[in-house]
Design a protein around this ligand. Structure first.
Ligand code: NAP
Length: 395
């Protein structure tokens, strides 16, 4: 007989309400919300006030609650909640990629020490079931790479810029109003959100556990009209691409804007959608696409995790158990377009080679090869007058 589940939910914002909506429309699934912990008791809610609390212990200490669902936008509080719940041997479902990426090793240890499930499908591309696929379907496949668009908010902005000639600011505001953007939009536009998801993918695809500072990310915040015109002249768009790839025993990863030719599969991924291309030695290329943001689509991934808990599902971290001993390294050369104005502001020593140089009164650009290891943490990456974009020649 199907087990009844009592849920204790943290957060009733975009995703919390999405989960409530999806739960309400799901038949044959026996789950009850016992309590919801929120931050601002004065906010108007669509549910009865008796269901809400601001005291996290009311949920964490309730022996009747089997599953903790963590859907808040406060990383520190989220980690404390998840840590306490796992120590109390309660299963946890979370959508919080920043919290997970920043605490990967502790969360792995907590699951092992307490023998309890921690599922987080919604944290990675919302509605696309990528983690469970990497865990179960690709468990023995010789994966070569996972590349794609992992951030719905920047993809929404870029689609509006390229398809509707909208300004960056207007498109960002719309993404926020529609619930596709993080509470702090810098997480999206500077490429952090996509990097956190890439780090989660690295664990399940290659068994590699990293800290956020280990992976290079560069966002779309410095793009200007010149870059957009340049892309259009080349029959391409610009997409924020996250990529992790195994070459021999070495794995590299990064998150950067890239010129994507109009004919490329990833150009089918528009607005708040995410898309991933997985390349395996034997399965070859496979393409996943789905909504990467929004209350209902993220809520449906949360519900799928809750449902998986009813049959005792837990991640086995198979790629870690296989002791593949892949070595992570940023010692990787990429070809980039660098746009700037006037005197060169970048130390030329970072360039392996420069192939094209273009100068105009408006601005200059050149095509160069750079080693990611050499530019990690460079000050000039923050200069708003410089923009770097991967050329279409990178794999
Ligand atoms: N939005 C998406 O499309 C999406 C997609 C994938 C993953 N996620 C992740 O899902 C999580 C939630 O995102 P969201 O978009 O739903 O955020 P949101 O709309 O800003 O809602 C955040 C909720 O968290 C509550 N909260 C904040 N701090 C709290 C605390 N210390 N204790 C208890 N409750 C607290 C807030 O309470 P009040 O209501 O009282 O303010 C609010 O209900 C984030 O980790 C986000 O990265 C979001």
């Amino acid at each position: 007989m199907e087990k009844k589940i009592n849920l204790g939910i943290f957060g009733f914002g975009c995703v919390g309400q999405g989960l409530y909506n999806v739960l309400n429309h799901t038949r044959g699934f026996n789950a009850t919300i016992r309590k919801i912990c929120i931050k601002h008791p004065e906010k108007k809610r669509i549910l009865d006030a008796s269901l809400f609390t601001t005291d996290r212990n009311e949920i964490l200490n309730d022996p009747e609650i089997d599953v903790i669902v963590e859907l808040i936008d406060d990383v520190q509080a989220a980690f404390e909640i998840v840590e306490t719940a796992l120590k109390k041997k309660k299963a946890v479902v979370s959508a919080n990629k920043k919290m997970i990426a920043e605490h990967l090793d502790e969360l792995l240890r907590l699951q092992q020490e307490n023998g309890v499930s921690f599922l987080y499908e919604a944290s990675c591309c919302a509605s696309i079931p990528i983690i469970r696929n990497l865990e179960e379907y690709y468990d023995n496949e010789l994966l070569r790479s996972v590349e794609g668009i992992l951030n719905g908010s920047t993809n929404y902005i870029l689609t509006h810029i390229f398809q509707h000639n909208k300004s960056f600011e207007k498109a960002l505001k719309e993404a926020q109003e529609m619930g596709f953007a993080e509470s702090d939009p810098r997480l999206d536009v500077e490429g952090f959100d996509a990097k956190y998801k890439l780090m989660i993918i690295l664990v399940h695809a290659f068994g590699i556990v990293l800290h956020p500072g280990d992976v290079f990310n560069y966002g779309i915040q410095h793009l200007n009209d010149f870059d957009i015109r340049h892309a259009k002249e080349k029959n391409a768009t610009i997409k924020l691409i996250a990529n992790c790839r195994k070459v021999g025993n070495k794995v590299y990863a990064y998150c950067m804007p890239k010129f994507v030719p109009l004919s490329d599969t990833l150009n089918k991924v528009n607005f708040e959608y995410n898309g991933l291309i997985l390349e395996g030695a034997f399965s070859e290329n496979q393409f996943f696409m789905g909504k990467g943001a929004g209350g209902n689509s993220t809520g449906s991934a949360v519900l799928s995790d809750i449902s998986a808990l009813t049959y005792g599902y837990r991640y086995e971290y198979k790629k870690m158990d296989q002791h593949l001993n892949y070595k992570y390294s940023n010692d990787h050369v990429v070809e980039v377009y660098v746009r700037q104005k006037g005197k060169l502001k970048i130390d030329p020593a970072v360039f392996e080679s420069v192939s094209i140089r273009y100068e105009s009164p408006e601005c200059d650009y050149f095509i160069a090869k750079i080693n990611l290891q050499k530019i990690m943490n460079s000050e000039w990456l923050n200069d708003p007058d410089i923009s770097i974009i991967l050329t279409e020649n990178n794999t």
